[in-house]
Design a binder for this molecule. Structure first.
Ligand code: RM4
Ligand code: MN
Ligand code: MN
Length: 427
């Protein structure tokens, strides 16, 4: 289904009076604080977050999956959904594919379709955490780290193939996430697993086009429960440095043990110029893949704060960070959930943009702890939502994406078009 500009315009007109009132108050408040509202609007529009192709259907847990209906059953339909999201939110101008869940059968047609929808292809993701039908060697005991060289080679070949697909679509990066690890003490040799992984990554890196990046993700546990080969940011950074300049660490918010100070990790990686990508989600316990900002919005804000501060200085020449949502939707309508995430990310970013950095720097230098805390919390407690609505409106999006989505009965229309039982590929 397609949404046209008139539908959005008509919807926005209905909310315009209330929007003007709220925006007027916020703009005045910000200007009094010496903040350039138009510049903030432009910076917010630049924050475009990719949608992963596997997040457009209902995600399951290992206990079950409850499809929402009208899910996109093909890559073409998935792109349509991302186009739809972008049309409404103006905040997600790219899509990230997972191969082989979403092999582009006709790459040029998909590329053309994406262009028409105003979206492009961001990082491609390899998948060596599942065996594919008929696969000659298993990943059961590891892929890039496997003791069996045949499994390792297969995994390397798969990653090289994923790069080929990405090239056809115009992607410029590959994300490698490994499920490799062990579940029992003594099951495997840590150093051998690390060296095998390093060696395999080098082979993939050799096949990386010169204008591409390799993003290496880490995760402390799951699916293995005793050890993970790339368990943390330090291990990922070591591997990235060992591969070369085009390799970076990717931070997934759900891939930390409880209470880890993620903002500090982000700050350190930018300082070294190695923060390549970001997977947004939220969690209470582990890799819960919940809606961004639903559990720890303050943490999200603090992370954005470090990103903005780090990238303002950027002495190590960290490249622009690749943003992506990496969530799973097992209760909510995936499109609604994604819109909530997009809003939460932009809100945290908007609040971080207005931190009074000069005053903060002075307070820090003077060891004025309470003043520093006030400055941070002052920004966090500013309701920037009217400005987010304004950014969207200026670029043709809906003042209130969720309101618009419900008003136009988008899910009902998708169900009518695609049927109740179609299920999207993914976890
Ligand atoms: C992993 C990791 C990867 C994602 C898979 C589906 O936990 O977050 O980024 O591709 O899940
Ligand atoms: Mn991830
Ligand atoms: Mn994850």
């Amino acid at each position: 289904m397609r949404i046209n500009n008139d539908q959005i315009r008509e919807y926005n007109q209905r909310g315009q009076a209330e929007h003007s009132r709220m925006l007027g108050f916020l703009a005045e408040t910000l200007e009094k604080r010496g903040i350039d509202v138009n510049e903030t609007i432009n910076r917010l529009h630049e924050l475009q977050v990719a949608i992963p192709s596997w997040a457009l259907g209902s995600g399951g847990t290992r206990f079950g999956r409850f499809p929402v209906g009208g899910e996109p059953g093909t890559l073409e339909a998935k792109l349509e959904d991302v186009g739809l999201l972008h049309k409404i939110t103006q905040a997600t101008s790219s899509v990230s594919l997972h191969i082989p869940w979403d092999i582009p059968e006709d790459a040029s047609a998909r590329k053309k379709q994406a262009e028409e929808l105003g979206i492009r292809f961001e990082a491609v993701n390899s998948n060596t955490f599942q065996d594919q039908p008929g696969q000659p060697y298993t990943y059961k005991f590891g892929s890039l780290s496997a003791n069996d060289s045949m499994s390792r080679n297969l995994a390397v070949e798969h990653n090289l193939e994923v790069i080929k697909y990405g090239e056809m679509l115009g992607s410029k990066s590959i994300t490698v996430w490994l499920a490799d690890g062990s579940s029992y003490p003594g099951q495997n040799n840590f150093r051998r697993a690390f060296r095998n992984t390093e060696d395999s990554l080098h082979k993939i890196y050799e096949g990386l086009p010169t204008d591409w990046k390799m993003l290496i993700e880490y995760k402390p546990y799951e699916p293995h429960f005793y050890s993970t080969v790339i368990q943390d940011w330090g291990t990922s950074l070591m591997l990235a440095e060992s591969c070369g300049k085009q390799a970076y660490t990717l931070v997934d918010l759900g891939h930390h043990l409880p209470n880890t100070n993620i903002e500090q990790i982000v700050s350190t990686l930018i300082m070294r110029g190695r923060l390549g990508g970001f997977h947004f989600n939220d969690s209470k316990y582990g890799d819960d893949d919940l809606t961004c900002g639903s559990i720890k919005p303050f943490q999200l804000f603090l992370i954005c704060n470090e990103i903005i501060d780090g990238m303002n200085q950027n002495t190590a020449g960290n490249p622009p960070i690749e943003w992506m949502i990496d969530a799973s939707h097992n209760l909510k309508d995936p499109l609604v959930d994604l819109m909530q995430s997009l809003e939460a990310i932009r809100l945290a970013y908007a609040q971080a943009l207005i931190v009074d950095r000069e005053a903060l720097n002075e307070a820090q230098s003077a060891n004025d702890v309470s003043r520093a805390q006030e400055i941070i919390q002052d920004a966090y407690r500013t309701d920037m939502r009217p400005l987010l609505a304004e950014v969207r409106k200026q670029h043709g999006g809906a003042l209130n994406p969720l309101g618009f989505y419900r008003d136009q009965s988008v899910r009902e229309q998708l169900i009518a078009e695609r049927g109740k039982n179609v299920v999207a590929s993914g976890l």
